[in-house]
Design a protein around this ligand. Structure first.
Ligand code: FAD
Ligand code: NAD
Length: 401
């Protein structure tokens, strides 16, 4: 019998931690495992807002994937997935290469939802990947440089669409970045504007009242113009139109209006809902025995019929079960049912403040910011053990601004 082939698509939290689990669980020579990812680096997606504002160095946000794989049980292949044929059990790469599999794990993550709002896809900046957030920072630098020439106030007007967790974390970094950029370009801070536009009545819709109150006060205290109950209807390269009839002149709209599954998933002929692949209690694609899917690409329904949110916390917990379940499948053993345990949520507002709820305890301010750092360190620990936590901590975290 031939050695079974396991292919993992995507080296986000889901794909990498599944790989680590396979390294631990598989016996030598029991299966051939290949992890495929667009780039040879993993980006820490929970910190992408920092890349967008230039408040963390590239070295802090990206990790070289081959270094994260501890054994030669997993082969890494840099490649962009173009499609999958589930009948022929083949993965197609943009390079033209075709890869066979016996077991497939889809961890291709998220795309940004722009809801067909005119001009957003073409003109707004997205918090989606390391490259997309790097593009935000480079654009901001260009606006500062150009302002020195033309003094056009639209260049230093920065708007963030959405005040969900991503929007608030992005705003928090902009608050920290502005004074440093102003110093660098010798421009008064008063020439800059940060605007946060949210369709719902409050920031962090649906979250705790205390957290909402703390966040709104913190933003206002730091000069952010908060526009709640306001929808963005259109975006051009130099302005946005709001549903209150206002047109704001600006050249930077950072879109954090929501996420969906990777659009590539729609081409895979798999059961899909709201852009995400429907999976069963064992994390297999509904109706399939050899294809697994986890993280933001997957839609896992809780017993009461609500889906789990697209978070790193969910992706990590799923990966810890997915790896052993793939091995159980190939050994013909009983698979484990996935159960999610919510530990809490903490959103940073820059380095010095955060809001959240951890193990039922509401926290905000500096203590919450420290807790957020502990959570980020834990993610690193799960990815690469204590060595990686120390290595990342020791990296000269020289921010870009
Ligand atoms: P991803 O992390 O998106 O990984 C997908 C991988 O697939 C990437 O490596 C990508 O390069 C690769 N890929 C995509 N397309 C292709 C292709 N065609 N071919 C090959 N490779 C491909 N969640 C939390 O729980 N806590 C937080 O504090 C938190 N903070 C966040 C902050 C921000 C700014 C953002 C944007 C999200 C945050 N989240 C947080 C959500 C969290 O980042 C995601 O839920 C998590 O990254 C999902 O992991 P994943 O492995 O499913 O996908
Ligand atoms: P989201 O869907 O939670 O928030 C998007 C926000 O944009 C909503 O509040 C929505 O009302 C607003 N919006 C949509 N269209 C708009 C428009 N036209 N004009 C103005 N506002 C508009 O999306 P997100 O914040 O990107 O979060 C995605 C997922 O990632 C969530 O599951 C979240 O929990 C997770 N996440 C977690 C953290 C954390 O735990 N610290 C950080 C970031 C993201």
């Amino acid at each position: 019998m031939q050695t079974p082939k396991i292919i993992i698509l995507g080296a986000g939290y889901g794909g990498l931690i599944t790989s680590r689990q396979l390294e631990k669980t598989l016996r030598n020579g029991e299966a051939e495992v290949t992890l495929i990812n667009k780039h040879d680096y993993h980006y820490i997606s929970t910190q992408l807002h920092k890349t967008g504002a230039g408040t963390a160095s590239d070295e802090k946000i990206t990790l070289h994937i081959p270094e994260l794989l501890k054994t030669d049980k997993i082969q890494f292949k840099k490649g962009t997935v173009q499609g999958v044929d589930n009948t022929a059990k083949k993965v197609f790469l943009e390079s033209g290469e075709i890869i066979d599999y016996d077991y497939l794990m889809i961890g291709l993550g998220f795309d940004v939802s722009t809801f067909g709002i005119p001009g957003v896809e073409e003109n707004a900046f997205k918090i989606k990947s390391f490259r997309s957030t790097k593009a935000i920072y480079n654009h901001i630098l260009r606006q500062f440089a150009a302002y020195k020439e033309d003094l056009d106030p639209s260049r230093l007007t920065f708007a963030v669409a959405g005040a969900g967790f991503t929007g608030i974390e992005m705003i928090g970094e902009l608050i920290e970045a502005m004074p440093k950029l102003c110093l660098q370009y010798d421009i008064p801070v008063s020439a800059t504007r940060i605007i946060n536009i949210e369709a719902s009545a409050t920031v962090l819709p649906g979250f705790d009242k205390e957290a909402i109150h703390f966040t709104e006060s913190y933003l206002k205290k730091n000069g952010v113009e908060l526009m709640t109950s306001t929808k963005i209807l259109e975006c051009s390269p130099t302005s946005i139109i709001l549903d209150n009839g206002e047109e704001l002149q600006l050249r930077t709209l950072i879109w954090s209006g929501g996420v969906r599954g990777n659009t590539l998933l729609e081409k895979m002929d798999l059961p899909i809902s709201k852009g995400r692949i429907l999976i069963d209690k064992f994390l297999r694609v509904k109706g399939m025995e050899n294809v697994f899917c986890i993280g933001d690409a997957a839609l896992f329904m809780k017993d009461e019929g609500t889906p789990l949110p697209p978070t790193a916390q969910v992706a990590i917990q799923q990966a810890e079960v997915c790896g052993p379940n793939i091995v159980a499948s190939l050994r013909g053993e009983q698979l484990k049912t996935f159960e999610y345990h919510h530990k809490g949520t903490v959103a940073s507002i820059g380095n010095k403040a955060a809001v959240g709820k951890v193990f039922g305890l509401k926290i905000n301010g500096l203590f919450a910011a420290l807790m957020k750092q502990v959570i980020e360190a834990r993610y690193l620990f799960v990815l690469g053990g204590p060595g990686l936590v120390i290595k990342q901590f020791l990296k000269v975290g020289k921010p870009h601004s």
